[in-house]
Design a protein around this ligand. Sequence first.
Ligand SMILES: NC(=O)c1ccc[n+]([C@@H]2O[C@H](COP(=O)([O-])OP(=O)(O)OC[C@H]3O[C@@H](n4cnc5c(N)ncnc54)[C@H](OP(=O)(O)O)[C@@H]3O)[C@@H](O)[C@H]2O)c1
Length: 414
Amino acid sequence: MSAGKAGQAGPPNRPDQLIRVALLGSGGSIGRQTVDVLARHPELFRVVALATGSQGQILEEQARLLKPAVVSLAEGRSTRLDLPAGTEFIAGPDALETLATRPDVDLVVVATGGLVALRSVLAALEAGKVVATANKETLVAGGHLVMPLVRRLAAGAAGATGDAHHPLANPLGWLRPIDSEHSAIWQCLVGEDHRAIERLLLTASGGPFLDTGVADLATVTPEQALRHPTWTMGAKITVDSATLANKGLEIIEARWLYDVPLSAITVVIHPQSVVHSAVQFVDGSVKAQLGTPDMRLPIQYALTYPERMASAAAPVDLIAAGRLEFRAPDEGRFPALRIAREAGQAGPRASTAVISADEVAVARFLRGSLDFNGIPRLLGAAVERFGSGSPIEPPLDQLIGLDAEVRQFAETYR
Ligand SMILES: NC(=O)c1ccc[n+]([C@@H]2O[C@H](COP(=O)([O-])OP(=O)(O)OC[C@H]3O[C@@H](n4cnc5c(N)ncnc54)[C@H](OP(=O)(O)O)[C@@H]3O)[C@@H](O)[C@H]2O)c1
């Protein structure tokens, strides 16, 4: 593996040095924004593969725009897509892994939800691909499987280049966070010594119910929960932002990415979503990354790291932003935050119980079979039922099995 354009992995001496990308989950909120970033930079990227779950029509449009070598649908073995000449179609359960490990792919973008891409992420890293992930569940459940691979790749790059400061000599060069908070922390850490980190300050907008009383939370409707005050995102993560479960998952994601104890991560409610997160250093300095709430910025940073280029995201106007507020989260009204943090402390088994239960809980809330306060209740019950036991750090197949068990429990939980 060697460094190509923008510090990317890629075979040496390839004439064009374009970064060859596979995008998993191209039809979703992050997926479509990633397509936008890729399409704006044909001088940097060649899109080799696109995969989505079921949205054939969006995939057709994306294929016409980007002319990938291959596209795939998870649910569409019999689907007939109208694809440009030269674009192959594959389908089925192994499609993601096939695309993520192709020899002509340098970088895999993970924009799927849940654990559907965990196996593919591990396979891609084993195959020496850079992975840029918006998906947090992969790390929340599988951080113990992912991070050793990432560290091994970084150590290999440090040895091969003889340069400890090479972008790929850092684990974050191989596993690049797209989540805006984790991208912010990553950007604050560039050029810093890891030993100088005192605390990570993870900001949260607080969601649409920041000041809603606990009794009123019981009657919150899906429509209200889907009205996020600052970000436009997929339905699942929008509801997770309203319960603060999302921030709980992000604490665990940060613990794996930045190798700090959970006790060194503080959640700060910041309703304006201008400060995307910050790092406090041992000397008391705090570095923060600020921006408008536009995911195309962290997506692009993960794709072009260590370089920056012009982006479609508008820069933040601090004078227009005016007052920036910060306060502590209320775990009494939003217990999902505490439940997720404690699950992170207990280990990957308990963290998996949270994400698997949460996916079902949110789906049930959206279809009306669980009330808003039922979401954290269900998460707590899932952790109690599945969180202890051994092994605390399950291997991949056991994790996938645990995911299925928890989901079944969550579907019938009353
Ligand atoms: N949205 C945001 O702003 C944001 C911000 C930070 C982090 N994230 C994280 O990013 C991830 C994606 O979030 P999102 O909001 O973009 O979700 P989303 O809108 O629900 O998109 C998920 C995508 O994954 C696709 N998919 C599902 N199963 C698949 C499979 N087996 N193979 C291929 N594709 C599959 C879906 O396909 P179909 O639609 O075709 O069925 C959909 O396009 C989540 O982990 C989320 O927490 C999102």
